[in-house]
Every structure is written in C-alpha cells, then in structure tokens.
Design a protein around this ligand. Structure first.
Ligand code: S3P
Length: 427
C-alpha cells in the first residue's frame, strides 16, 4: 500500500463546534466538518431547536438568528450518536427546553444515567425509560453553581455538564479521575473562555472560570485521529507500504494509539506539527512494521478508547501477547466491543482470552484464512477494523453489517482502495 491522503474531519470536534457555535449565536464558517451520519444528526437536531445551520459542498455556515432556542415540535433523533445525545442533553437542560430525544436501536440501549443523574442534581427536569432513550426534557432552570466528581472516565459526561453550565450561565467544577479527551475545554478556551485546571495537587480538575465567550467568524475542524488509526494500522500490516496522512488531530488525550504502536515497534514518523483551532495537528508517515505484543498501560485506556478495536487487529499480527485491561467501557459503546472483537478474532482463528474488562490477544506471524463471515454487530469501528484484517488474509475477509461506517468515515472504502486495498461491497 502506498500514497498520500487527507485525514477526514474529526467527529467529536465537528459535533462540538455545531453545539457551541449555535450557543454563541454568530455568523461563522466551519471548514473541515465531517459530513457523516453522527455530525449530521446533531446538525438536524440543533436546527429543530432553532439554530440556523446551513451547508454547501465545502463548508458549514452558522447564521446569527433573531430568535432564541425553542421547544422543538418534533423528536430530536440522534441516530447512532452517543456524543450527539449526551452533549445535546447538556445544552437542552441548561436552556430549560422541552424536548424528546430518540435514537436508533444501539443508542436506545446505551446508558444515559451517567448524564441524567448529575443533570438532575444541577436542577434539570428529565424523564427517561430506566436511564435510556427515549428521554424527555421539561422546562426547568438550572440556577446554581455545581461541583461534580466524575465516577467514570467519560468526555461525553464532562462535556455535557460543561455545556449545561455554559448554557444556563452557571459555574461548574468537575474532577475526573482519569484524563479524557479535552476538545470541549479547548474549544471553550479558543472562544475566549477560561478554565482553571487546578495545581499539581488537584489532578483532573476542570473549573469553568470565565464563561463570557467571544465570537469568531471562522473555525477549522482538525482531522480525526480515530479515522486515521485505521489507515495507520493498515500501513503497518501491509508489505512494503508507506502512507502519508495529512492534517491528523494529535491531541494527546486522543492519540494514545501512537504511543502504544511505537512501544510495539511501529515505524511511525510525525511531521509538520502545528496548532489549529487550539488543537495539535500534524502529518503522519507510516511504513510496514513488525510489531511485538505489549501490556497496555491502564492509564492510557481513556485516550485510546475508540482505537481498541483496531489495536486488537494490530495485536493479532504482533509477536507475542498484547494485554488490554481496565476497558469495561467498551461494553457500552455502539456495540459490546469486547464481545464483538472476541467473536471476530475467533473467526480469524486468533488465539485470545476475553475478560470482563479487557482482552488478551496472542498474535500470529502467519497469514490467516477466514472462511466465515464476520459480524460488525452494526458497529462502525468493528466493521472497519475487521476489514483491515483482510490485509493479512490469504482469502480476504467478509464483514457483514457495514452500513454503519457512514456514521464516522463515509469515505473509508474509497480512501483504503486508493491506497491499495481491495474492499468490495456486495448487496
Ligand atoms: C466521545 C467520547 C468517548 C468516545 C466517543 C466520543 C466524545 O466516549 O468513545 O466515541 O466525543 O466526547 P466517552 O466519553 O463516553 O468515553
């Protein structure tokens, strides 16, 4: 495999700029937006709430509007997007809006109590079906400052609460036990907000200090490290490959996979590092590499949480054992990802052991032969990961239920094929 590609826009950041930008209520052009199902469902929901977001083939345009946010007359359908549902719940609660949030089968089975409980403590008025979607929000007013010690490592929870505080014009202090992705904090700072991160003794503190944000007329979304990770591992696994991925988001709270792959012996070089929209970005060159198994440090898990499916594929072809623990959150993603990874690895005949909170994988140097169909469990990252495993297969691999790739990386097949893979769609 060889070639050069531009990294598609970041899904998490695309959704955040729509939400924060709509709250700022200004004219703003957004470049690099990820045109995929998840950001698009967030966009539609915001427009139903009274935002004025338009698009053409190149950009997104936020328009300053004369009306404030309103109670939507229709359900807000967040499709497959946990980020959309959880972050919007923060915004809506802070604004005291009456609404009903729904989602697809997967999203309707994902836990929402993690955001509902602290929002109720803040003063929100929310009803749900045992902590899952559909969720109804009722008029309310959050009118007090709030302090929250997060029981789990979740950037979605943290961002939801920051948005609830911002939109209700209250202060908030959140303490996280493990550092999770900090795109919301960086975006707040980009628009002139101030966040106090405590001193050396106050690990994980995030305190919203100045919440008078200023407007800007332009925002550029950096490339999505999570999408780049499929290309990175593909290039590592392929023979004689060299791929350049341009404009990849390299925020340290997201790009832990690079650290792990380097530990495993990968040939990865980062060039042209710069700051864009208060986020680190750079170009990555990846060449074919022989990997060794690794014991993944537990504190890095929140920073590789979306990359564990593709890391499992890298581990499947490394020498020795890779151990991933403390990753029980994988069980409540778009699918039960530990189960989905284990089921797929079994079909590839890769030796592994699944735990309640992780998996250990013993890699093979041999080419695999897979005669069975692999199930993606309707999960985009599982689908893409197992398609990449086909690079090391004698007879290719077949993955079923790949439509969900549209949620995060619609150009996956075209980009991978342009680099030398051979992914075909069958109906
Ligand atoms: C996300 C945070 C992560 C991640 C998800 C996107 C975000 O979820 O898995 O794909 O945009 O904040 P958690 O914060 O729930 O771990």
């Amino acid at each position: 495999m060889s070639g050069e590609v531009d990294c598609p826009g970041d899904k998490s950041i695309s959704q955040r700029i729509l939400i924060l930008g709509s709250l700022l209520n200004c004219d703003m052009e957004i470049d690099g937006f990820l045109d995929a199902d998840d950001p698009n469902s967030t966009l539609d929901a915001l427009n139903k709430l009274g935002a004025s977001i338009h698009r053409d083939v190149k950009r997104i345009y936020l328009k300053k509007r004369s009306i404030t946010f309103c109670n939507p007359s229709e359900d807000l359908n967040l499709g497959n997007s946990g980020t959309g549902a959880r972050l919007l719940l923060g915004l809506i609660s802070g604004l005291g809006i009456k609404s009903r949030l729904v989602g697809d089968y997967s999203l309707s089975n994902r836990p929402m109590s993690r955001v509902i409980s602290p929002l109720l403590e803040m003063g929100a008025n929310i009803e749900s079906k045992e902590g899952t979607l559909p969720i109804t929000t009722n008029a309310c007013s959050i009118n007090d400052d709030y302090e929250y010690l997060m029981p789990l490592a979740s950037a979605q929870v943290k961002s939801c609460l920051l948005l609830a505080a911002l939109s209700s014009k209250n202060n908030i202090k959140i303490t996280e036990s493990k550092i999770t992705r900090d795109h919301t904090e960086r975006m707040i700072e980009f628009f002139g907000g101030e966040i106090y991160y405590g001193n050396e003794t106050s690990f994980g503190q995030i305190e919203l200090k100045n919440r008078d944000l200023s407007t800007k007329d332009y925002y550029i979304v950096p490339g999505d490290f999570s999408s780049a990770s499929f290309i990175i591992v593909a290039s590592i696994l392929a023979d004689n490959s060299e791929i350049l991925i341009k404009n990849v988001g390299l925020n340290k709270t997201r790009s832990g996979l690079i650290e792990i792959l380097l530990l495993m012996g990968a040939n990865i070089v980062i060039k042209n590092k710069k700051i864009l929209s208060n986020e680190a970005v750079g170009d990555i060159i990846i060449k074919s590499s022989n990997l060794n198994g690794v014991d993944v440090p537990e504190n890095i898990i929140p920073n590789i949480i979306d990359e564990i499916p593709i890391l499992s594929i890298a581990a499947a072809f490394a020498s020795g054992k890779t151990i991933i623990k403390n990753a029980a959150e994988l069980r409540v993603k778009e699918s039960d990802r530990l189960n989905a990874i284990s089921k797929g690895l079994s079909k590839l005949k890769i030796s592994h052991e699944m735990f309640d909170d992780g998996i250990s994988i013993t890699g093979t140097k041999d080419e695999i032969e897979c005669d069975d169909i692999i199930d993606s469990f309707d999960d985009h990252r599982i689908a893409m990961s197992f398609l990449i495993s086909g690079i090391r297969s004698k007879n290719g691999v077949t993955v079923q239920n790949c439509k969900n790739i549209e949620t995060s990386f619609p150009k996956f097949k075209d980009i991978m094929n342009s680099l030398g893979m051979n992914i075909n769609e069958k109906n």
